[in-house]
Ligand binder design. Structure first.
Ligand code: MRU
Length: 357
């Protein structure tokens, strides 16, 4: 498939595919200002944890290019300021902070060579983050293959494909790898209220990949498990705590509960960049609360009577006890996650692994 990339860097501009308009309109927006990139991340022009990480990194490239600083010290201060703006755009996905920290660290390492060398280093690091993401996703897909039967009905939540990443996808990358390897996969696609990433984006990607799929409303998942049968659920993640508790798109927790009730394995696809060992449990993960209008309105039209209260937590935390395994590019983690995740993160960060990334 010649997929449309969610993110591209060309001639000093960051080009984002406007995911708010998909699948009916394909529109790109070019960015030259990091403040606008932060707005684009917040308003979900670009979304999905790995994709917003890469967009944040390129936001810093734009900040470095726009800075009039004539010394390494002043450029570092401008970058730190831009980093704070970008980091604040969305709080739950750790990939945004992770990518920004990587770029800031690389800039600081280049500071001794002067401000121009720093600008080059910032661009090189953003490009490395983008390139690595694709390799990591492909490896997650390959690592997961022993868990996917030759014939499998798979339930998927939100969108975790090319659009949510720099290409290929994580959980959707697993489905894609299985299909590429000739396994017979049939995907049940949760529509994923309220932003409908499943209905709008995952179906669009699966259609282009010619992978059989059926769209369902989120509330149908348990019914489908009970009446049709599902071999596995696979989802992505925005932040995984050291004990395996996993933040992902709202509705993931309730899918995991339904899977447990029906004896269906529940897998999380997680690049190690999404694992946050600094948080001991999921209770410490900040959950983004988004505007109530996303719940009360559909296509700009109000649904409930005016003046009602609506809560819109964008993510939930699935306790580790409901997660059968966490699939990373460094291998598969099984419970107890406190040991297995630390080991895989350590492996991914060894110099040999970083060369392969
Ligand atoms: O609000 P979104 O669309 O950015 O949420 C995306 C998800 O929850 C994905 O499952 C997660 O970021 C993993 S994407 C590979």
């Amino acid at each position: 498939m010649n997929s449309l990339k969610s993110i591209a860097w060309s001639e000093g501009r960051l080009r984002l595919l406007d995911q708010r308009l998909l699948p009916h309109e394909v529109v790109f927006i070019d960015y030259v200002d990091h403040n606008d990139v932060a707005v684009g991340i917040r308003e979900m022009v670009v979304r999905g944890a790995p994709a917003i990480g890469a967009a944040g990194a390129y936001g810093l490239v734009l900040a470095a290019a726009a800075s009039t600083a004539g010394t390494a010290h002043d450029l570092q201060a401008d970058l730190d300021h831009a980093a704070a703006v970008l980091r604040a755009a969305r709080p739950t996905a750790v990939n945004l902070t992770w990518a920004i920290e990587r770029v800031i660290t690389r800039a600081a390492q280049a500071a001794a060579s002067g401000h121009q060398a720093m600008r080059a280093a910032v661009l090189a690091e953003a490009q490395a983050i983008q390139d690595e993401d694709v390799r990591v996703n492909r490896q997650i897909g390959l690592n997961a293959m022993p868990l996917v039967p030759d014939s499998a009905r798979i339930l998927h939540h939100c969108n975790t494909g090319s659009l949510a990443t720099c290409d290929y996808g994580t959980a959707l990358g697993i489905i894609r790898t299985a299909h590429e390897q000739g396994k017979r996969v049939q995907v049940y696609v949760d529509e994923t209220r309220p932003r409908l990433q499943g209905a709008r984006l995952t179906t669009w990607e699966l259609q282009q990949l010619q992978i059989p799929h059926t769209l369902i409303v989120d509330g149908a998942a348990a019914h489908i498990m009970r009446t049709q049968g599902v071999e596995l659920c696979v989802v992505g993640c925005d932040r995984v705590a050291a004990n395996g508790d996993t933040a992902n798109k709202i509705g993931t927790y309730h899918l995991a509960l339904a899977a447990a009730a029906h004896g269906v394995p529940f897998y999380v696809a997680a690049p190690t960049s999404t694992i946050d060992l600094s948080l001991s449990t999921g209770d410490n993960i900040e959950i983004e609360e988004r505007p109530a209008e996303e719940v009360t309105h559909i296509d700009g039209r109000p649904i409930p009577p005016e003046g009602i209260m609506a809560a819109n937590p964008a993510f939930d935390v699935t306790p580790a006890s409901y997660i059968t395994a966490i699939i990373t590019e460094a291998g598969i983690a099984y419970p107890p996650y406190i040991d297995s995740l630390a080991k895989l993160v350590g492996l991914a960060r060894t110099p040999a692994a970083s060369k392969a990334r």
